[in-house]
Ligand binder design. Structure first.
Ligand code: SF4
Length: 471
């Protein structure tokens, strides 16, 4: 997928002015946040499981090479073919070669964010393979000119029922009652009727992999629609594609993750469907693919190993950080300009595609810390964003005015007497600017007052007010 993160500010501005999008995004803070809170409250030992899961993920990352080799050995022993790709482009080339080797013309695909990194659909289509997205949200985006997902687990969260119905009208020829928008179950049924045909015609099923299990060579898949089952049992070829960081040593590790993932993602105790796929169809088995491939993608992940951003590799792609992020809740996922949005994307995108192309992403956070609070893997996202900001500053990648302001602030902060004098003067100037009761326009930081007035401050510093109160 092409990086568009350099347009973050312009895109975020457009999204803020889009009243319909603002209404659609409300379900993040109502439905998703509330459901997660309820699910976590119901599990008394949630914190203990979380601690344990973090320990297990860290242990897996410490010896990642060993677990990956074991996974390859076990998966191969059970008849699967494991392929390695250093870049997303290489991974896409491998999948195209698999399709060509097996004469595939039609493929079905379940949701996978790694395949978005690879721009896999475009690569397959260029090679003459018709690919159908089978996750309902992804299917809706595909019929809308391959629109990218705006959320990692709810790709179409930015659209409402009417917008989706208009796409169905355009893409599914059938008789309709004018002026009537059907209820969601009827629309889902319509999509199922189209997708069922595609499943039956599919010669290759493509999936991601929520986790890989080293001890058994298995791929674990989680969905709510069951489409992963139809992608992996009907076609003669199954290709699972995932990042190398997804490997877990044992099935016991997987059990820990599965107690956290659905709760953190959608507030469910367990997802509707869960598949553990180990090798292709065996002798005497009635379903399953004849050929199974697992493509393991690096795509910048090894660059994070052993460094100050390694914690990010614990991510299990639950989406909780974005659901709770006040910035994401207002601008949605497309503003971020690459595969991964929200706080996790603001760390991952600069790490994978380079800080120069993603200058605004580490700034796209209020650092309120809520993402860290809800992350089941305890990833210190605000700290990682701050580290990226430091790197930007050190490499001179921020605007000169910001660098001068930060240097001036650093100079003052190291001289307490000067700092006190400057803040005393500052609050008095601000009080004078707000003599009508509010500040309409700040002279050097006009962005703060571009869309709202600031209440006038008391004209005294916090320390002065505190001393007064104590007296
Ligand atoms: S960073 Fe944490 S909260 Fe965000 S998607 Fe990853 S695991 Fe979930």
């Amino acid at each position: 997928m092409q990086v568009q993160s350099m347009f973050f500010q312009a895109r975020a501005g457009q999204r803020l002015a889009d009243a319909r999008l603002q209404k659609n995004l409300k379900k993040l803070s109502t439905k998703f946040v509330t459901q997660r809170a309820d699910a976590v409250r119901e599990l008394a030992e949630f914190e203990l499981i979380r601690e344990e899961a973090v320990r297990r993920r860290n242990a897996a990352l410490e010896k990642l090479d060993i677990w990956l080799e074991q996974f390859e050995r076990e998966a191969t022993r059970r008849g699967a073919t494991v392929l390695w790709a250093e870049t997303p482009a290489e991974a896409a080339r491998l999948v195209v070669e698999i399709a060509q080797r097996h004469g595939v013309r039609r493929a079905t695909k379940s949701k996978s964010m790694v395949t978005e990194e690879m721009a896999l659909n475009q690569a397959l289509q260029a090679a003459g393979v018709q690919v159908t997205e089978t996750d309902l949200g992804e299917y809706i985006l595909q019929i809308n000119n391959n629109e990218p997902p705006s959320h990692i687990i709810a790709p179409v969260v930015h659209k409402d029922r009417e917008e989706i119905y208009r796409l169905f009208e355009l893409n599914h020829p059938r008789e309709r009652t004018a002026g009537r928008i059907p209820e969601i179950p009827a629309m889902t049924r319509e999509a199922r009727e189209v997708l069922r045909e595609r499943f039956l015609q599919s010669e290759m099923g493509i999936t991601g992999g929520n986790f890989l299990i080293a001890e058994t060579g298995s791929v674990a898949l989680v969905t709510n629609e069951g489409n992963e089952g139809l992608c992996t049992t009907i076609p003669k070829v199954h290709v699972a594609i995932t990042g190398i960081e997804k490997v877990l040593p044992t099935l016991e590790d997987l059990a820990s993750m599965m107690r956290l993932l659905p709760r953190s993602a959608t507030g469910q105790v367990i997802s509707n469907y869960f598949s553990l796929l180990t090798g292709p169809r065996g002798a005497g088995e009635r379903d399953g693919p004849e050929h199974m491939y697992v493509v393991l993608v690096d795509g910048g992940r090894t660059g994070l190993l052993g460094g100050e951003f390694q914690d990010m590799l614990r991510c299990i792609r639950c989406g909780a950080c974005m659901n709770h992020c006040p910035v994401y809740q207002k601008i949605g996922g497309h503003s971020y300009g690459w595969v991964y949005p929200g706080p996790m994307g603001s760390v991952l995108t600069p790490s994978y595609v380079g800080l120069e192309k993603t200058l605004d992403l580490p700034q796209a956070s209020t650092l309120c810390g809520q993402c860290h609070v809800v992350c089941p893997m305890k990833i210190p996202l605000p700290d990682l964003l701050r580290k990226l900001r430091e790197r930007q500053f050190e490499r001179g990648l921020r605007p000169w005015s910001e660098r001068v302001a930060l240097r001036a602030w650093g100079h003052l902060a190291r001289r307490p007497a000067l700092y006190r004098a400057a803040t005393r003067l500052g609050v008095r100037v601000l009080k004078w600017l707000g003599r009508s009761g509010s500040i309409r326009r700040l002279p050097v930081a006009s962005g703060w007052t571009a869309t709202r007035d600031l209440p006038a401050p008391a004209g005294k510093t916090f320390k002065e007010l505190y001393a007064e109160r104590r007296r």
